[in-house]
Design a protein around this ligand. Structure first.
Ligand code: PLP
Length: 459
């Protein structure tokens, strides 16, 4: 690993002393200090020394409108000075919820009955986990509780959401996963396709694995299947053609709910409003977060079908109340910002914009496919990845300990580009949706420089 490029500032020093950083190599951070980001402008962010970076990840796949959208700041200020807080418990509701739920139901990719609010993607998925239980208890099927989730899936970090996630470092030392989570394979053909296997055969093999898993567990015990339409944190995995059609046919046969985790893909990232439309999904629940507010304030939501809502409402009548909710469910500030975000998406035809500029990113990434460091370039819409490989022809990865992906990220940062390395030396790109073609070109040019530096370092 090369030396840190910047001295540790007083702000960085304080941070190091008292802040327990999420998703960070903590001992390395202690040596090197954090990058302190203090300002944003469009798709760029600036550190405390004034250095600018294109935010090629929109933060954490979330700041869709970039880092200086004034309409959102104004909407937040108006709400803060009108009604800064109220709740939705016991028959009350803050005013801005009504307009937001109407808008969300309008945006829903399939007919949905109700929307529940939470504060993060993790909480939305946690709520889905709980509602699967509530629903099947309500329907008199107390055995039908298990949820099938996929290797390399990412659904968040609460106890339930981390259990659903299929990344080992999220379970190790946390004594996870919880019971009732059943795992199946990740549909990443590049990594998991067998020698000589076609993509279609790979899909058939995964479908058979799903069927066998359900039979092994007992269909009467399997309640739901959760999936990101495109797996994000697990490596930007775009499923092969026909995968979801086969999966859904099996789920339908066994009366298993589909939960679409659209926390990354919701609101236009793939060039359609939702991944549900891209892959012709028929979800019973959908979770959204991140781009719901362009990440300017925390908010997530869980859509549930009317069938689920009716069962929950009946069952809760017997108990007295529906015993679930957060202090900040439907927080008025978040509602105001979410509503304004969705209006901007509509006014600026943001989904059309994604479709227009996405080829620039996708073609640009695919041009790197012949680089000697790149095993595969892939993506869809404004999400993409370069999977680095020691031997691209053999799809042979680098030894993880070499930290090749981490080195690339540091060189990209030195060239003014923030991107992220995912497990397996996969470099992820997920820029703000408002990015222009010229800014995509700049991002690709900086990527090329970082690839050259990394190649120099490894060979
Ligand atoms: N689901 C997906 C697909 C995600 O990518 C994430 C976060 O990256 C989550 C859920 C968890 O969201 P949060 O970090 O807001 O809890």
């Amino acid at each position: 690993m090369d030396a840190p490029t910047l001295p540790i500032s007083p702000a960085g020093r304080s941070d190091l002393t008292h802040h327990l950083h999420p998703y960070t190599q903590l001992r390395q951070l202690e040596r090197e200090g954090p990058l302190v980001i203090v300002r944003g402008d469009g798709v760029n962010v600036f550190d405390e020394h004034g250095n600018g970076y294109i935010e090629g990840m929109a933060g954490l796949w979330c700041a869709s409108l970039g880092f200086s959208e004034k309409r959102l700041a104004d909407a937040a200020y108006r709400q803060m000075t009108t009604l800064p807080y109220y709740h939705s418990f016991s028959g009350k509701v803050p005013g801005p919820v009504a307009a937001l739920v109407d808008k969300l139901i309008e945006w829903a990719p399939v007919p949905m009955g109700r929307v529940l609010f939470a504060n993060s993607g993790s909480e939305a998925n946690d709520t889905a986990f709980k509602l699967v239980r509530y629903y099947n208890n309500a329907r008199g099927r107390p055995l039908k509780k298990k949820i099938i989730a996929r290797n390399k899936g990412y659904h968040g970090v609460t106890m339930a959401a981390a259990s659903l996630s299929g990344l080992p470092m999220m379970h190790q030392h946390f004594d996870l996963p919880l019971p009732d989570v059943v795992r199946v394979s990740c549909p990443h053909f590049y990594q998991f396709g067998l020698p000589g296997e076609t993509e279609a055969q790979f899909v058939d093999r995964l479908a058979q694995e799903l069927e066998d898993t359900i039979q092994r567990e007992g269909p009467e015990t399997v309640a739901a299947f959760i999936a990101e339409p495109v797996q994000g944190a697990g490596g930007v995995v775009v499923p092969p053609a026909g995968y979801f059609a086969k999966v859904q046919a099996i789920l339908k046969k066994h009366d298993i709910l589909l939960i679409a985790d659209e926390v990354i893909t919701g609101f236009g990232r793939l060039g359609q409003p939702f991944g549900t439309q891209v892959f012709d999904l028929k979800p019973d629940m959908i979770t959204v977060a991140k781009m719901l507010t362009s990440a300017y304030v925390p908010m997530s939501a869980l859509y549930v079908s009317d069938q689920i809502y009716q069962a929950v409402a009946d069952a809760s009548a017997a108990v007295g109340v529906f015993g679930h909710g957060y202090t900040y469910s439907g927080h008025p500030l978040a509602c105001a910002v979410a509503l304004e975000t969705l209006r901007i998406y509509e006014d600026d035809r943001i989904v059309d914009h994604v479709r227009e500029v996405a080829p620039r990113l996708q073609d640009g990434l695919r041009k790197f496919a012949s680089h000697p460091l790149v095993g595969q370039a892939r993506g869809l819409g404004l999400i993409g990845a370069l999977e680095l490989a020691a031997d691209p022809a053999q799809r042979k990865p680098f030894e993880p300990a070499r930290g090749v992906g981490a080195y690339f990220v540091r060189r990209a940062q030195a060239h003014g580009l923030i991107v992220r390395v995912l497990g397996g030396d996969i470099i992820a790109f997920s820029p703000p949706l408002v990015i222009t073609e010229a800014e995509i070109d700049a991002m690709l040019a900086r990527t090329e420089l970082a690839l050259a530096d990394t190649w120099e370092w490894v060979r």
